[in-house]
Design a binder for this molecule. Structure first.
Ligand code: ATP
Ligand code: MG
Length: 351
């Protein structure tokens, strides 16, 4: 009888209902193989819940999640629900209240997948974006004044704290030590001369504690071009909440499909549960048809198990995904015709 992990499962909306169960099927397979146990509890929260209850999760939702080892999440959002709401409600509350200050987004070209960067191979595209996830540009602090008058104006203030920058920087440098020992701080301190100059200064200070990691700084305009022209220069990218949000989608795109990307919202100290989710949204346009690509969700399961200490099982899942992408079957987003179920079963079989 191995360890037991308690996992809170929030399918959310749209394809979340299909791909989260796919992820769990894979989790059960590796649990049996590596002799640990996954116990799940499901929570029916999201935009569908909002339409019935007037909120994305109950008032005491955070308390309900608090005791779990991790949260496996699909996606929230339905076309008929204002899309500024979920960010304020479910995901924002979980990320901030549980101090999930690291957003972890691996960018990797799986075997057999054609990147839109046609001359790039698996060796060229293999890096991780570490995005500060709790403060910065997304603290939602500001106001709109006289909006309906000629004098209308709006202010939005970013907040960067030494504590907040230091802790995410330490996580990123430690990660770089385990990888190819290269960290790139993506910033815009040449124009955001207060907030991001402070950001750079703190990161520079932290870098001196990791002399074995090659540290460099790149402005985001240049970094965007480099994502496309020479992604091979990156190993670990450390960046702010908003820059990371934007670059993550670019990272997802060069991987060949939005449906492939997994991510983690991580509280490294494990004081609170961390939350793992694919990088894409609820894709209402393809929901309910059993054609969504489950790989991003399955990869998120691997990231979750790695965080829980089951690194071998995590690596095994990544390898199994690679076996499936190399030979097929593939879903429609990758120009194949296989169903969600077929891909999931292929990954399980590869395990
Ligand atoms: P969000 O606001 O939640 O980020 P979004 O508006 O960016 O969502 P997504 O839901 O991510 O949109 O979908 C964008 C496009 O990518 C859609 O056409 C969708 O069908 C497609 N897509 C997203 N995820 C998948 C997937 N797992 N498999 C196949 N196609 C997908
Ligand atoms: Mg999006």
């Amino acid at each position: 009888m191995g360890k037991i992990y308690q996992i809170a499962v929030v399918n959310g909306d749209g394809i979340g209902e299909e791909i989260v169960p796919a992820g769990l099927k894979v989790a059960e397979k590796v649990a049996a193989k590596y002799n640990f146990n996954i116990e799940t509890s499901s929570f029916p929260w999201g935009a569908g819940y909002y339409l019935k209850e007037g909120e994305f999760m109950p008032e005491n939702g955070l308390e309900q999640l608090r005791g779990f080892d991790a949260i496996l999440f699909g996606a929230v959002g339905l076309p008929e629900v204002d899309d500024t709401l979920p960010a304020k409600d479910y995901t924002f509350r979980v990320r901030t209240s549980f101090e999930q200050y690291v957003n972890y987004r691996p960018v990797k070209l799986f075997p057999g997948i054609q990147s839109p960067l046609r001359d790039k191979t698996e060796q060229d595209i293999d890096f991780v974006i570490i995005r500060e996830n709790n403060e910065g540009e997304f603290v939602q602090n500001g106001k709109i004044m006289y909006p309906d008058t000629p004098n209308g104006m709006a202010i939005e203030t970013s907040i960067f704290t030494r504590h907040g920058v230091e802790r995410v920087a330490h996580f990123a440098f430690k990660l770089a030590q385990k990888r190819r020992k290269r960290l790139t701080n993506v910033t815009k301190s040449n124009t955001l001369i207060h907030s991001l100059l402070f950001w750079d200064t703190v990161i520079q200070e932290v870098s001196t504690q990791y002399p074995d990691v090659e540290y460099n700084k790149m402005y985001v305009d240049n970094a965007s071009a480099s994502f496309v022209l020479k992604p091979e220069v990156f190993d670990v990218i450390l960046t702010t909440n908003m820059i990371g949000d934007i670059l993550s989608d670019l990272g997802g795109a060069i991987m060949g499909s939005l449906g492939l990307g997994g991510s983690g919202n991580i509280n490294p100290e494990k004081d609170y549960p961390s939350m793992f989710e694919p990088i894409h949204g609820s894709a209402p346009d393809i929901a309910g048809k059993n054609i969504a690509n489950p790989i991003g969700q399955i990869w998120s399961v691997a990231l979750m198990l790695d965080h829980l200490g089951e690194s071998e099982a995590a690596r095994d899942i990544e390898n199994a995904i690679g076996k499936v992408t190399a030979k097929g079957p593939l879903t429609k987003d990758l120009k194949g015709s296989a169903t969600t179920t077929e891909i999931t079963d292929a990954v399980v079989k590869a395990l």
